[in-house]
Design a protein around this ligand. Structure first.
Ligand code: HSE
Length: 403
């Protein structure tokens, strides 16, 4: 019998308990022994919950309990999660987490403690919720050189953009619903401003490069500037707006970015709606591979967490190597990247000024007399030249990258 402690009894923690109990028999067969939750750490009491008697407010009840083999961290944030995870590993336990902030910041260090202790630190649920993406990158694609990873990595913003486009919801209404459904982070700014997707692409890029990529180095822009007008323009252009996290590894250089993009309706990423995530990986041998599934929510994420718990139980006493060197991989400046841009300028800017700054552009008109402005798509230009063109005309309403 393997015993588990769960840190944090919120959306994911409660889901983990549900999955371990609901699928106990199937899990026992695969783990080759019964897995049971023994303790739950939370600040709150849960007197009406059937697991209320397992709740402790004292982490020492877990760290000092030799019967507990695996600690599952679902608290989120860096502290006190880091302190508890490190102490659990130092006490010889394996740790499983869904906490992308912790993994992005401290992953390399925690893996190396687990290696010293011949235990495991697994984090399959930290990227893509229920989608298996970490293990495929580490194991199934280990014979490939990865050239790019491009993904919709945040369920909340994808849900919001889909609802704004398909149901005409306002930004605020869509965010409220995503929070009610348990998709959003405690502070939804992490979703909306792209920080959550940024941490996830930093983790994937660290694994692809086998070196630390600091999420602070990833140029990041969220969806808070996206309006219903932008979405109407996108539809007119046969495109859809999605928050993409992109990592490109080319000619010894590494580029990464999180930003809203207008993507063509024929792109495989355009059909990713609602809380679904998708990650398109391009390897030099395997070419394009797409991973697709629910990127947030209690049970899909808990399923990925529990798969790691099974792995830890099966590999008791044996450390599964995860190559992640703490030495930093440098990211290159994105200024040289070239693409088209969708631009909205105040009507005062003349067409002559626009062509002087941006070169030849294609205008797009929503035929709405209340919307007096100039909107267009540029030709392919570098990020650097684009910024210079915008500085030249001024009067920018919004701009969105095209992919
Ligand atoms: N807030 C995150 C999202 C949860 O919406 O994708 C899963 O990491």
């Amino acid at each position: 019998m393997a015993k588990v402690a769960v840190l944090g009894y919120g959306t994911i923690g409660a889901g983990v308990v549900k999955v371990l109990e609901g699928n106990a028999e199937a899990i026992e067969k695969r783990a080759k022994e019964r897995i049971e939750v023994k303790r739950i750490l939370d600040l709150r009491d849960f007197p009406d919950d059937p697991h209320g008697h397992m709740v402790t407010h004292n982490f020492d009840d877990i760290a000092g309990d030799e019967e507990i083999d695996v600690v599952v961290e679902c608290m989120g944030g860096i502290e006190p999660a880091y302190h508890f995870v490190k102490a659990s590993l130092l006490a010889g336990k394996s740790v499983v987490t869904s906490n992308k902030e912790l993994v992005a910041k401290r992953g390399a260090e925690l893996i190396s403690i687990a290696a010293d202790k011949k235990s495991n630190f697994l984090f399959g649920a930290s990227v893509g919720g229920g989608i298996p993406i970490i293990r495929p990158i580490l194991a199934c694609l280990s014979a490939d050189v990865l050239y790019s990873i491009k993904g919709i990595l945040n369920g909340t913003t994808n849900f919001m953009l889909s609802a704004m486009e398909e149901r005409g919801w306002t930004f605020e209404r869509a965010l409220k619903k995503a929070q009610d459904l348990g998709y959003a982070e405690r502070n939804p700014e992490a979703d909306v401003e792209g920080f959550d997707a940024c941490r996830k692409i930093a983790i994937l890029t660290s694994l692809a490069l086998e070196h630390q990529v600091d999420f602070e180095d990833v140029e990041t822009e969220g969806i808070s500037s996206i309006t219903t007008e932008d979405i109407r323009y996108a539809l007119k252009l046969h495109r859809t707006i999605r928050l993409l996290a992109i990592s490109i590894m080319k000619d010894g250089k590494n580029y990464a970015m999180v930003s809203p993009f207008m993507i063509d309706e024929t792109s495989p990423l355009a059909s990713v709606r609602d809380v679904f995530n998708a990650i398109l990986v391009h390897g030099n041998m395997s070419d394009d591979i797409m991973f697709y599934g629910k990127g947030a929510g209690s049970l899909p994420t808990a399923s990925a967490v529990c798969a790691d718990v099974v792995d830890c139980v099966r590999s008791k006493g044996h450390h599964k190597e995860i190559p992640w060197n703490p030495q930093k991989a440098e990211l290159s400046d994105n200024g040289g990247f070239a693409r088209k841009f969708f631009v909205r300028l105040e009507n005062e800017v003349t067409e002559e000024e626009i062509s002087q700054a941006f070169g030849q552009v294609d205008y797009v008109d929503l035929e709405d007399e209340d919307l007096v402005e100039k909107a267009f798509v540029t030709g392919i230009m570098t990020e650097k030249d684009f910024k210079a063109a915008v500085a030249k005309t001024g009067r920018l309403i919004n701009r969105i990258r095209l992919d």
